[in-house]
Design a protein around this ligand. Sequence first.
Ligand SMILES: *Cc1c(COP(=O)(O)O)cnc(C)c1O
Length: 425
Amino acid sequence: MLTAISRYGARVLPNTQQLIAECARRGELVEGPAIDEFEEAFSQRHDHQVAVTTSYGRMAFYYILKALNLPIGSEVIFPALTFWVVPEIARVLGLRPVFVDVDPKTFNMNPSAVDRAVTANTKAIVPTHLYGLPCDMDEILGIATKHNLAVIEDCAHSLGALYRGRPVGTFGDAAFFSFQTLKPLNTYGGGMAVVRDASLAGAVRGLARSEPLPTEAEVRKKLNIGRVQRILTRPSVFRWTLFPILWAASFVRARPDVYLWEAIRPLDPLPPDYRRRYSNVQAAIGLEALRHLAGWTAATRRNAELLAQTMTGIPGVQLPDCPADRTHVFYQYALRVSDRDRVVRSCIRRGLDIETLHVDVCTRLPLFQPFWAPALEADYAAEAVQLPVYSSLSEDQVRWVSRIVKGAVSEDPRAPATVPQSARD
Ligand SMILES: *Cc1c(COP(=O)(O)O)cnc(C)c1O
C-alpha cells in the first residue's frame, strides 16, 4: 500500500486563503458587495434569469417550492435515483414525492416514466441532471407543457453542462445549484436558485433574504471544515489518513465510507444552520471560481475521454453514455461492472478508492416508505461504480486508474501498484 488515489478531488482556487484574508481585512466576511456580483455573474451565464444565493443548494429548492405555493399534498415527480435530501425537502413542505424510473444508460429520469406518473394532483417535475449529464429536456418540457406543470431543474452536479448547446438551468421555470466542497463550483457550502419569472423570482429572493445572517464564527467554521476535507483528500495525505481505513475494511467487507455521508433522516424541522443567508466571503470565492470553471470542466472532460479510450471493449464493463446532443461535465464517471463488490475491494487493495453509490435509490429508503414504487432500472443503475475523474488528476494518474480497474475486472495480478505523483498535488 504505497500510494492511493481518492475518489474525491475538490476544485480549489490557488488563492483561496488570500481571498478570505482580504474579505476579513475589509470586514466583509458576512456581508459585502460580492454577493450581488456573484448573483449577477451567475445570472448572465443562465439566460439573464434572476439568481439568488442560499445557504445550501437544498434551500434554494426549498424557497422555489415555497414560492410556487403549491397546495398541500400536491405531487412532485423526482427520479428514483437522486440525493435523498431533495425529495425530503418536498416532503417537509407537505408535498408528495413521486418517484419515476431512470434510463439505465444515462442514469437520468426516463421521460416516458414521467408521462405515466402524471395524475390530476401532479404540480411539478424535478429533472436531475445526474452525474453531470443533462436530462432529455425536450421530452420533459413537452410533458410539462401538456399538463401545465412547473419544471425545477436540479443542477447540483451539472453546472456548465449543455443540452443542444444551452446550459442546464435555463430550461425550466427555475433551477438550483449546490456549492458544496465537492460540487462543480466549490464555495465550501452554499447554493443558488435561478428563476425565470420575475414575480416568482421576487418571492424566492424575499424568502432567502429574510433568513438571519450567519455569524462570523459560523462562516469561519464552514471555511475550516472545507479546508480539512480538501487536505484529507489530497493524494499525499489521503494515503496516510482515510485510505488505510478503507483498505483495511476491504478485507472484512465493511464499508466505513458510508459514515462519511450525512445520515438519512427526516429534515423537519429544518436544522437551524439551513436557515441562514449566504456569506460574502463565499460569494467572493464563487466569483473567482467561475473564472476557472471552463478550465476545470475541460480538464475533467479530458480525463473522462481518456478513461473511455482506455476502457472500451472490456468484457463486463459498460461505459457511461452521452447522447450526441449533450455535453457531459462528468461530476461522476459512472461505470457498470459485473461483480461490482469484488471489483471495488480489489481496486481498494490496489490503492484506488472508488465509490459505489453516490446518490440514493429513494424508492428503497425507509424515509420514503409511504411513497415506494417499483423502480427496477434504478436498482440496476445503482450497481455502477464511480471512478475518480476530477480535474486535478494528471494524465498519468487517469491512465493508472484505468489500469487498476481493468486489472480488478480481469483480476490480473500484474496490474501496477504505484500511483504516479502529480505535480499538482
Ligand atoms: C449535493 C446535491 C444537492 C444539494 O446540495 P446541498 O448544497 O448539499 O444542499 C441536490 N441534488 C443533488 C443531486 C446533489 O448531489
